[in-house]
Design a protein around this ligand. Structure first.
Ligand SMILES: *[C@@H]1O[C@H](CO)[C@@H](O)[C@H](O)[C@H]1NC(C)=O
Ligand SMILES: *[C@@H]1O[C@H](CO)[C@@H](O)[C@H](O)[C@H]1NC(C)=O
Ligand SMILES: *[C@@H]1O[C@H](CO)[C@@H](O)[C@H](O)[C@H]1NC(C)=O
Ligand SMILES: *[C@@H]1O[C@H](CO)[C@@H](O)[C@H](O)[C@H]1NC(C)=O
Length: 384
């Protein structure tokens, strides 16, 4: 073998590897945010919306998703430096699709009075329409285009426009990820043209992604694999790509990334708009417990801030929004609802989870890459 490494070039190579890996690791950690649903019925005895921005700030979360996008809540995030993901309700999609002036009207109420003091980053036109409103599918892309053109008319370039799907309603499978595709017929009719739009406008693919639901549907999945627990048997190998998965979240994200690649758009950023684990559910949901919920959210935040990305995408997801900020209470006394909040309605924290938010832990990625590089070099060295 002609390859020879003397100790000097070896150290130099190591040094450059270390040096090169640091800036990347510190700049591209995924944003960790949270979903907040404003429930006006509870304002008088629970969190007033005006306290939500400071609550989110104190949790060190840097982004909030507002499914209702109440203008007063958008205003409350002025000067907070917390980025906002807004949502246009499914019911407005036909009107917005039919006439751009309806898109402009929505923007005049929800964005223009507050932007850019409120840091709106993304607008999702509709949420999971395939679940409850699949009759709206034909209106979706025209509505998305009208919101995009409306923003352009207003001279706003920095807000991207997309829509939100639910993993379960669009994917054929989650294992192995390399075999995942988008379901037909929505893939041809809706998702492929959407991906083209997202590519053309530098926007992101938004997906609600719950390992909790996939775990419940597949009894062979070990609970630890869904909860980010390190255990010798908590892995799945994708034999086609040769990569090993150590948690269900990565496997689901990579399924989406594979399906996008099959559709010819492999580099669109992915935003996980909802993910979480309930602390309680109905009698059949034995895995909806505070201990598991805390393990899931803790594991998720730790995993995201490790900067390791997923096996198929080194930078991983661009943003992840935990579902959700507050438990919601059912007034009728029938507690059928699951509780997903990380806080009680009285603003007490349910779990002790250090959200990385402003804390940048990019060193770990650089460090892992350096160790990986070191193994490669030692292996090459031994081969000589
Ligand atoms: C606002 O947030 C961005 C990114 O989240 C950060 O880079 C910037 O330093 C923050 N600015 C202030 C004034 O906190
Ligand atoms: C769109 O709405 C505007 C304002 O309501 C109206 O003047 C215009 O005629 C509408 N255009 C179409 C094509 O319906
Ligand atoms: C998308 O991003 C690229 C690279 O940052 C830029 O050159 C291009 O102009 C952007 N396109 C749009 C439509 O914003
Ligand atoms: C908030 O509510 C939770 C659950 O109902 C309760 O356990 C906790 O003691 C309350 N905290 C305060 C400060 O009232």
């Amino acid at each position: 073998m002609s390859l020879s490494l003397n100790p000097t070039s070896f150290s130099f190579f190591l040094f450059s590897l270390y040096f090169l890996s640091l800036p990347v690791g510190t700049s591209s950690l995924p944003v960790v945010g949270i979903t907040y649903t404003h429930d006006p019925r509870h304002d008088h005895d629970h969190t007033p919306p005006s306290h939500v921005a400071s609550t989110v700030h104190s949790l060190k979360l840097s982004a909030v998703r507002l499914p209702e996008s109440d203008p007063s809540v958008v205003r409350d995030f002025s000067y907070s430096n917390i980025s906002l993901l807004l949502n246009i309700p499914n019911s407005l999609i036909p009107a917005i699709a039919s006439n751009r002036s309806n898109a402009l009207r929505w923007l005049y109420h929800h964005v223009i009075p507050f932007y850019p003091r409120s840091k709106v980053s993304t607008i999702s036109v509709g949420n999971d329409i395939l679940d409850t409103s699949s009759d709206l599918a034909d209106f979706l892309l025209p509505a998305i285009r009208n919101v995009h053109l409306g923003l352009r008319d207003l001279g706003i370039q920095k807000i991207s426009v997309s829509t939100t799907f639910s993993f379960i309603n669009i994917m054929t499978t989650s294992f192995p990820p390399s075999a995942a595709e988008f379901q037909e017929p929505v893939s041809e009719l809706l998702i492929k043209p959407l991906l083209q739009f997202l590519d053309d406008t530098n926007s992101s693919f938004l997906v609600n992604l719950y390992p909790y639901n996939v775990y419940r549907l597949n009894s062979e999945i070990p609970i630890g694999f869904a909860l980010f627990q390190q255990h010798p048997f908590n892995y799945r190998d994708d034999l086609t790509t040769g990569v090993r998965y150590r948690n269900l979240f990565d496997m689901m994200v990579d399924s989406v990334i594979s399906a996008m690649a099959v559709a010819g758009h492999e580099s669109i950023p992915v935003i996980v708009t909802e993910t979480g684990w309930p602390s309680s559910g109905d009698a059949s949901e034995i895995d909806a417990s505070p201990a598991y919920a805390e393990m899931y959210i803790n594991g998720l935040v730790t995993h995201l801030s490790s900067g390791l990305g997923t096996p198929l995408r080194r930078e991983g997801v661009a943003e992840t929004y935990i579902y959700e900020l507050f438990d919601r209470e059912t007034r009728q006394g029938t507690d059928s609802g699951r509780h997903w909040g990380i806080m009680y309605p009285n603003m007490t924290r349910k779990y002790n989870i250090p959200f990385s938010g402003s804390v940048r832990t990019g060193y770990s990625r650089g460090w892992v890459r350096m160790v990986g590089g070191l193994f490669t070099i030692v292996a090459l060295w031994l081969l000589q």
